[in-house]
Design a binder for this molecule. Structure first.
Ligand code: 5AD
Ligand code: SF4
Length: 446
């Protein structure tokens, strides 16, 4: 690689989960701190960070095609950094296969990007997929400008080792960020304009720490402390594992009014044999009992989950159990995926991999059921009064878009500004969003 001029502009492209969105924002802040500016819309950036996801199919192939697309007509490319979980899993291979890439940086090492950029400018390629003991968080700049809804990583990694999943390998062992660090970041987010904070982690409800007095606390305790921030109106958390739904966290849904009535609790499948083969360590019944308990303290809770169809060996009857579970729960919204073998995971070498056509057909049936329930949930919301946190302008003049407490997209017309919490009545339901009218005379900053 030849030396290149220091980059003046950057673009970060994030794929995949909210953790990656968060990491992408933090990398952008770090680059801005180095005096590199975001590239204007439609213009080429001097430095492109591809913040990749490895959780499902073709992720790596997508990275190579993205790299190819960055090539200019004269054969040169901007400075390219590959970050995220594909970087972690396939760092050396990326370097060998894609000469245009000058930096490969894993999800636990991206605070070292500035040094890597200096190397790249000097003409040296660098791979950093360390999982250093010192965490990246301390090395990142303070957060200054955020939207009304902000993500805050409180926990990373996973020790659950579901047999299909790469996360324990790419993101490493489960670690909780210290309490004081999280509270300080939350305070800065609120000062910077956040009105809603979503606490995020691969296993967010496994978060544990010590409060200011040295007492052991879990996510419910953390949410209780954050609820004391006066300008913070809403708290959410994602993604959770059924086994870490503690009594305290369930109770928090009933007694922490800032905790929004929404729970994303992936189940993955509705059959106990499949769940065992997935190493999920919960059963259909234990999962449903958790939902019952949450509903008992928060009857209007909106439930969400993740599903995988076509796990190796899944029979038609076992898949039918998943549909039965969906019918029993009545989810407000869900994510569903075809099983994708991930290299290095136990399920990738299991017998009885399911043919693609069977997976396609199962996914269609599952999604039809989930869409039906999402639409039903939205229709059942019509007539309710609630707040909407305004996130952006809508397509029509005078229209605003935001989220209901149940995480539905809501649009309404009238006087408002981004960041307002507006009292509305939901008047119209579509499959993916709701229309609302402002409740006259309501304060805009409730
Ligand atoms: N194949 C398909 N879906 C997967 N997920 C995780 N690993 C795989 C895989 N190998 C899904 C799970 C998880 C979500 C983030 O992605 O449903 O909850
Ligand atoms: Fe992956 Fe399972 Fe951990 Fe979720 S709980 S990140 S699916 S290993």
């Amino acid at each position: 690689m030849r030396p290149t001029p220091a980059p003046k502009t950057y673009r970060v492209k994030s794929f995949g989960c909210q953790m990656n969105v968060y990491d992408g924002e933090r990398m952008a802040e770090l680059l801005a701190q180095q005096g590199i500016a975001p590239a204007p819309e439609g213009e080429e950036a001097d430095l492109v960070v591809l913040n990749t996801c490895h959780i499902r199919e073709k992720a790596a192939e997508k990275v190579y095609s993205d790299i190819g697309r960055l090539r200019r007509d004269d054969g040169t490319s901007p400075l390219i950094a590959v970050a995220g979980c594909v970087a972690q899993a396939e760092g050396e291979e990326i370097m060998a296969r894609a000469p245009a890439v000058s930096m490969v940086v894993g999800p636990q090492a991206y605070h070292r990007l500035p040094g890597m950029i200096a190397e790249a400018v000097a003409g040296r390629r660098a791979v950093d997929t360390d999982m250093p003991a010192e965490t990246k968080f301390g090395a990142l700049p303070a957060r200054r400008k955020v939207g009304p809804g902000a993500f805050l990583t409180v926990q990373e990694g996973c020790d659950k080792f579901c047999t299909y999943c790469v996360v324990p390998y790419t993101r490493g062992a489960e670690i909780s960020r210290p309490f004081a660090e999280i509270v300080a970041e939350a305070e800065r987010l609120v000062e910077a304009g956040a009105r809603e904070i979503t606490l995020i982690g691969q296993n967010v409800n496994a978060w544990h720490g010590e409060d200011a007095k040295g007492g052991a606390i879990g996510l419910d305790g953390l949410a209780r402390v954050l609820a004391e921030l006066p300008d913070l109106a809403r708290i959410r958390y994602t993604t959770s594992h059924p086994n870490d739904m503690t009594d305290g966290l369930i109770a928090a849904h009933g007694d922490n009014p800032k905790l929004m009535p929404f729970l994303h609790l992936p189940v993955q499948a509705g059959n106990d044999r499949v769940l065992r083969a997935m190493n999920r360590s919960h059963t259909v019944d234990s999962y449903l009992r958790i939902l019952d308990r949450v509903r008992a303290v928060r009857p209007d809770i909106a439930l969400s989950g993740d599903f995988i169809v076509g796990f190796p060996g899944e029979t038609e009857a076992e898949f039918a159990d998943t549909l039965k579970l969906v019918d029993a729960v009545g989810y407000a919204q869900c994510f569903s995926f075809k099983y994708s073998p991930r290299p290095g995971t136990p399920a990738a070498t299991m017998a009885d991999q399911i043919p693609a056509a069977v997976m396609d057909e199962r996914l269609q049936r599952l999604q039809a059921a989930l869409n039906r329930d999402q639409y039903a949930f939205n229709r059942a919301s019509v007539g309710k009064r609630c707040t909407v946190l305004v996130e952006r302008k809508g397509k029509l003049p005078g229209q605003w878009l935001g989220k209901s407490p149940w995480l539905q997209s809501v649009h309404f017309e009238g006087e408002a500004a981004i960041g307002d919490l507006v009292e509305v009545e939901l008047v119209h339901a579509g499959p993916n969003s709701l229309g609302a009218v402002r409740v006259v005379g309501s304060p805009s900053r409730a």
